[in-house]
Ligand binder design. Structure first.
Ligand code: SPV
Ligand code: MG
Length: 432
């Protein structure tokens, strides 16, 4: 009887590298190809351009394959237990870094169930690299990128967004991938924070940095990333101006704008009631939301209404009343904010809100209430978590420390240990 050979593909396109693997596999026996499902693709690799079904169809076209199945987890437990392959074939590009977790998983399973791991040298020639680059560029196209947030909301229990304020921080959000135990993880989306975008420019967070400048930040980020963007639109400004903001963001490929129900001179919410801040009335804010929705051209773009009632100590009832009103006015999601150290008021709000509305996405920004985990938030109905200022807050003290140390020692030797190496910095950014 012919041996069973298994390999799993996590790709939107079949190129020479995949065909090498197939050819090797065919020599060993009857080939079953697994197609990694969408929800696992986003944790392990990148957002698929094709759906799982389309990827199955694509793989089925490869001649000489016995079967194509969907692999529902990046770890191979289920698959190996069900098909008992004699061989698992994989490219050899996983001996270091987070992908090692998968290799270790397979090695362990094959020991238990029998079977052999065959590693094929990874094809890294110019053509394959070019295809990879083209796929990335395609993913960054406005239409595709914009639609990705809504898709993510369907695919994952909680969408994780991290603050970015430049091309470089965009690259961190795009590329950082970790493995812990048996799980592999990465951020799903990026947040262009008004606080960080302003602070980066040495300006206060009071809607002083104009839209042209803020759009430039978006463009810098977009040039080097593919993940979806959630834009902090502050108050959205005048309704007559907000409609233009919506159009521009949509055209650029931003997935969502969050506007907060404040009016007049906006200050950062983390000041709470220490500074004068005025909440807009429900009617005005609903009008702004509905006009924004009216001006929107695509179905993908989201306008998310941010409720400041808890920040301004107006209480949960006021927050809930506003949430339902904003949704009725057309908001595609709500963000509820708090500056309490404990997550209780956020949890109470979410639980109460979910009693009447089980589908509108809830966004939270756990800057102050930072002990709560994503899993706990998700249990209380939260759909998007935003780490709103962490990269900038990490960078500033690190840079200031280096500046101080150089000044103190009248030379740079003493900061060596705080710095990445020259080689690392000159090779950090790839040339196309
Ligand atoms: C921002 O990041 O600019 C925000 C979130 O609006 S917060 O700073 O918490 O108000
Ligand atoms: Mg802001």
């Amino acid at each position: 009887m012919s041996k069973i050979v298994y390999t799993c593909f996590c790709t939107d396109i079949i190129h020479e590298g995949h065909m090498n693997i197939i050819e090797k596999a065919k020599k060993l026996g009857s080939v079953i190809v697994g197609v990694l499902c969408d929800s696992e693709m986003i944790r392990y690799n990148r957002f698929p351009i094709l759906t799982t079904e389309e990827r199955v169809k694509m793989v089925k076209k490869i001649p000489g394959i016995k079967d194509v199945i969907i692999q529902n987890s990046i770890l191979y437990d289920e698959v190996i237990a069900s098909i008992h392959p004699d061989y698992v074939v994989h490219g050899d590009n996983w001996s270091s870094g987070p992908l090692q977790v998968i290799r270790n998983n397979i090695v362990g399973l094959l020991k238990e169930f029998g079977g052999k791991l065959v590693e094929v040298p990874y094809t890294k020639n110019e053509t394959v690299q070019k295809i990879d680059q083209q796929m990335r560029e395609k993913m960054a196209m406005p239409e595709l990128r914009r639609a990705r947030l809504r898709k993510l909301l369907k695919l994952t229990p909680i969408v994780k967004a991290i603050e970015v304020h430049s091309g470089l921080t965009g690259l961190i959000a795009e590329k950082t991938i970790v493995s812990e135990g048996e799980a592999i993880d990465q951020f799903d989306a990026m947040w262009i924070s008004s606080l960080c975008d302003s602070t980066e420019k040495g300006k206060p967070d009071i809607e002083l940095v104009d839209m042209t400048s803020r759009f430039r930040t978006i463009n810098d980020v977009m040039e080097v990333t593919t993940k979806p963007i959630i834009f902090d639109g502050d108050t959205g400004g005048l309704t007559e101006h907000f409609v233009y903001m919506v159009r521009s963001l949509e055209r650029m490929g931003v997935s969502a704008v969050i506007i907060e129900d404040k009016t007049g001179l906006k200050k950062n919410s983390l000041f709470g009631t220490e500074v004068v801040q005025t909440q807009d009335n429900i009617e005005n804010f609903c009008y702004k939301i509905s006009e924004g929705k009216r001006s929107q051209l695509s179905d993908d773009f989201m306008i998310i209404a941010r409720i400041e009632s808890l920040i301004l100590k107006k209480g949960e009832d006021d927050a809930l009343k506003r949430a339902y009103a904003y949704i009725k006015a057309g908001a595609d999601g709500i963000m509820i904010h708090s500056r309490e150290k404990r997550p209780d008021e956020i949890i109470n709000f979410c639980d109460e809100f979910r009693k009447k509305d089980d589908k509108t996405p809830i966004v939270v920004v756990p800057t102050s209430f930072n002990t709560i985990t994503e899993e706990e938030l998700s249990k209380h109905g939260v759909n998007i978590v935003i780490y709103a200022n962490h990269l900038l807050r990490a960078a500033y003290p690190a840079m200031e420390n280096v500046a101080r140390t150089i000044l103190t020692h009248h030379r740079a030797k003493e900061v060596d240990d705080c710095l990445m190496s020259i080689n690392d910095i000159i090779t950090l950014i790839d040339e196309i």
